[in-house]
Design a protein. Structure first.
Length: 202
């Protein structure tokens, strides 16, 4: 498959190919998602937002462990798929899924205790705009967990620069600091792990 089509579908899955890419993302992102969930330190009282849930690999764990789960995704296909898969949980008032972007989160101030996002920051128009919105919807002391493959590895993949913006860890940390986050740390399960998960407090 041409790299540009792959990049477009990773950024914004559509149609049958988008559904296929959702399943592919679930497999490819499994280890990073699992580590991000571990760092969220979920409790039954938590209200959690996942940004860019894609194929939904984290949703069963979030729904099982948290009190309320919201998800937002740029893809209409992914949002509708999640609504259908978790219709019972949505009807019970324990979950909500919407189409939208990180730069304009459709939630009130201080709506969530924890926010997670994995492999989405390449598609944000601005790190500062995204983190400002995450900071806005988090409660004081709330936790943000951000997983991504750093620029040194992304640049080797040859993705189109008008779709993917590779991010260096130091740029992610600086943007979080600029938007008021504290206690920021960059985590990896092993020293040789190519990807990072950044944890920060509101």
């Amino acid at each position: 498959m041409p790299p540009r089509i792959v990049a477009q579908q990773l950024s914004h899955p559509t149609g049958l190919l988008g559904r296929f890419m959702g399943r592919l993302m679930n497999r490819h992102n499994a280890k990073m998602n699992a580590f991000a969930l571990e760092l969220l330190e979920l409790t039954p009282a938590d209200r959690v937002l996942e940004i860019g849930f894609g194929g939904g690999v984290t949703l069963p764990t979030l729904i099982e462990r948290a009190g309320f789960v919201a998800g937002i995704d740029r893809s209409h296909v992914m949002a509708e798929r999640a609504k259908a898969m978790y219709a019972g949980v949505v009807a019970a008032g324990r979950a909500e899924f919407r189409e939208g972007t990180v730069e304009a989160l459709p939630f009130e101030v201080k709506s969530f205790d924890k926010v997670c996002t994995v492999n989405t920051i390449y598609f944000w128009r601005s790190l500062e705009a995204g983190f400002a919105e995450i900071h806005r919807v988090l409660t004081p002391g709330g936790r943000a967990v951000v997983g991504f493959l750093p620029k040194t590895h992304m640049d080797r993949m040859g993705m189109p620069h008008d779709i993917f913006t590779a991010r260096a860890p130091e740029d992610v940390v600086a943007a979080l600091e600029n938007e008021g986050f504290v206690n920021i740390c960059v985590e990896r399960p092993q020293p040789t792990t190519p990807w990072n998960v950044v944890v920060a407090r509101c």
